[in-house]
Design a protein around this ligand. Structure first.
Ligand code: SIN
Ligand code: MN
Length: 265
């Protein structure tokens, strides 16, 4: 899939793009079956809510490890995911920084506080902001079900120094409260990115985003494929975060079969 010059302009202006119906119902069915299987894996790559339900399943795109999945490995290599990432990063040599499936279970799934992904990734040692994330919805996403909110154009604010947020079971670097209130008051309204299963969303690593509690009766299953340019890989430091969140595999990812997800069924 090739982004048009207009879509590239839109990405540069808004910091994100939405692709309705990017994956078919049969592809989504394959991916959903995998989420069911992976949710039963017991390993450090599977992060749980304080209440016990699965919050995130990391590292589903490799051929080894407890959470490996041929279908998700194929997904990240499809031209529908990888080509737009290469285009917005203006570099064909990109690799997967990490993958995570956020399952946000019905009633139980909790907030992701406002943040920029590059808040954490610069701390990991990635020198530049040549990074982006491709989200694929595997269930219909509603506002009440904990849709992702994005502030259009917020990537233009540049990186805002984050603070360590320990309010959820997955601790990470989020926007300081007072700065976030200022940003909200001076920015366009955040957009709730709702859509049908199969929708794709690509966003810049400095785009401000968050999601709320899932108050609905349905789980909200999303996969986030975060990518970096090979030239921007961080040094492997003794204190580096684990491989499932800062991948040591920095080989450029090849674009493969667009039918890969179906073939992995
Ligand atoms: C993220 O920001 O990485 C995930 C947010 C979400 O799952 O809503
Ligand atoms: Mn994020």
């Amino acid at each position: 899939m090739e982004l048009t010059p207009r879509q590239l302009e839109q990405f540069d202006r808004d910091g994100f793009l939405v692709f309705p119906n990017l994956f078919s119902p049969s592809e989504v069915a394959v991916l959903r079956q995998e989420v069911g299987r992976l949710s039963r894996v017991d390993s450090e790559e599977v992060v749980r809510e304080h209440t016990g339900g699965v919050r995130s399943i990391f590292r589903v795109h490799e051929t080894d490890g407890a959470t490996r999945s041929p279908a998700f490995r194929a997904l990240v290599r499809t031209p529908r995911v990888l080509r737009p990432v290469q285009q917005v990063l203006r570099d064909d040599a990109v690799y997967v920084y990490h993958t995570k499936i956020n399952t946000k279970p019905a009633i139980e799934g909790t907030v992701w506080q406002w943040h920029q992904d590059y808040g954490s990734w610069k701390r990991d040692g990635c020198p530049r902001n040549t990074m982006a994330t491709f989200n694929v919805m595997m269930t219909d996403t509603t506002e009440m079900g904990g849709a992702l909110y994005i502030i259009p154009g917020s990537h233009k604010l540049g990186r805002i120094e984050p603070v360590y947020d320990e309010s959820t079971s997955y601790k990470f670097w989020a926007l300081p409260k007072d700065r976030m209130i200022e940003v909200l008051r001076s920015s366009p309204e955040p957009i709730a990115v709702t859509g049908r299963a199969g929708t794709g969303v690509l966003f810049h690593c400095e785009t401000l985003h968050a999601s709320g509690h899932n108050l609905s009766a349905e789980d909200r299953w999303h996969i986030y494929v975060s990518c970096n340019t090979v030239a921007n890989r961080p040094p492997v430091r003794a204190d580096a975060r684990p491989d499932w969140v800062v991948s040591r595999n920095t080989q450029p990812l090849p674009i493969e079969d667009d039918r890969g997800v179906l073939n992995a069924a």
